[in-house]
Design a protein around this ligand. Structure first.
Ligand SMILES: NC(=O)c1ccc[n+]([C@@H]2O[C@H](COP(=O)([O-])OP(=O)(O)OC[C@H]3O[C@@H](n4cnc5c(N)ncnc54)[C@H](OP(=O)(O)O)[C@@H]3O)[C@@H](O)[C@H]2O)c1
Length: 232
């Protein structure tokens, strides 16, 4: 097989953008995707200007047709996908609690943070199975750990718990296929979502890149922070 192909969602800024930078620096061809074409093309240019192998592709993970189009384009242009990083997420809902949550808001969080990754997995896993290789990274959060679970941010927290469950289900179903599926908590990172005070994106993205480039003997069905197990 030639150069590895990676796709990163929500990659026009923040941790997703930095993940594209690090993966392309490691020599992968990276499909930088974003829902907004202008922002995505500008972000891609920042990396291609540095000589990195990054290709832009429009993708709104909450839109089934958009997922279908990206799948078609990836297969047509590259023939396969090796690495899928489900990074895009919304709604760190500090403005509500579980006792008074607006379930429409919860539904929006689930559409982007859970169904988006799930749709992408469903689209690409059959192709990964054919090539006998795949690395799927579901970017989760400490807010998705039942072990550390507290009140607040119900839409976000519950969407990340569900994403972790998806990781476990897929990893179990894909045993022996060469496809490794893991959840990664990037920690508190200074981005638009994380706000000031968090660690730099370079550090937050490292654990994602680690899971995206695991060797054949690497773990599957785990939840990791900086390459170390995190309690579910
Ligand atoms: N930052 C932290 O402290 C922290 C902590 C734990 C976990 N995480 C997780 O790390 C990941 C990245 O977070 P971040 O801090 O980089 O967030 P961010 O700065 O808010 O960036 C989120 C990205 O997701 C994109 N996005 C949102 N909805 C989308 C959709 N429907 N389709 C495609 N893209 C969409 C955004 O695009 P637009 O620019 O178009 O809005 C943006 O590019 C998320 O999964 C987050 O939950 C972050």
């Amino acid at each position: 097989m030639g150069k590895k192909i990676a796709l990163v969602t929500g990659a026009n800024r923040g941790i997703g953008f930095e993940t594209c930078r690090q993966l392309s620096q490691l020599g992968l061809t990276v499909l930088l995707t974003s829902r907004d074409t202008k922002k995505g093309e500008a972000a891609t240019k920042q990396l291609t200007d540095k000589g990195l192998d990054v290709v832009y592709c429009q993708l709104d993970v909450s839109d089934k047709d958009s997922v279908r189009r990206v799948f078609g384009r990836t297969v047509q242009q590259f023939g396969h996908l090796d690495v899928l990083v489900n990074n895009a997420a919304i709604l760190y809902d500090t403005f509500q609690s579980a006792t008074d949550a607006d379930l429409e808001v919860v539904g929006k969080a689930l559409t982007t943070n859970l169904y988006g990754p799930w749709l992408l997995c469903k689209a690409f896993i059959p192709h990964m199975k054919k090539s006998g290789y795949g690395r799927i990274v579901n970017v989760s959060s400490g807010a998705g750990s039942l072990h550390y679970m507290e009140g607040g941010t119900p839409a976000y927290g519950i969407s990340k718990v569900a994403l972790n469950a998806l990781t476990r289900k897929l990893a179990s179903e894909l045993k022996g296929t060469g496809i490794l599926v893991n959840s990664v908590d990037p920690g508190w990172v200074a981005t638009d979502m994380g706000g000031c005070g968090g660690r730099p994106v370079e550090e937050g993205a490292k654990g994602i890149v680690w899971a995206a480039t695991l060797p054949e003997s690497g773990p599957s069905g785990g939840f990791f922070y900086d390459g170390k197990p995190e309690p579910w």
